[in-house]
Ligand binder design. Structure first.
Ligand code: ZN
Length: 75
């Protein structure tokens, strides 16, 4: 079933790794994810408790960053 070769995977959301999940979570801050990326992300988070925790911590960290940056920008 598994193919090493990368190619068009069709409409199915392909499984992603923990590292890719992290990239998507971080990348989502800069630009909105595509629907297939959101699907893949949600699919991975469903099964990976490690990334669920990481995802939560990232959003907390980002919220803190936003607060800090906003404080820095405003006089
Ligand atoms: Zn994971």
């Amino acid at each position: 079933m598994r193919r090493a070769r990368l190619g068009r995977t069709g409409m199915m959301a392909k499984p992603i790794t923990c590292r890719e999940t992290t990239y998507l979570v971080i990348g989502a801050r800069d630009e909105p994810l595509s629907s297939s990326e959101i699907d893949a992300l949600a699919e991975h988070l469903k099964t990976c408790s490690h990334c669920q925790v990481a995802n939560k911590q990232f959003s907390q960290l980002f919220a803190q960053l936003d607060t800090l940056l906003a404080r820095d920008v405003k006089p």
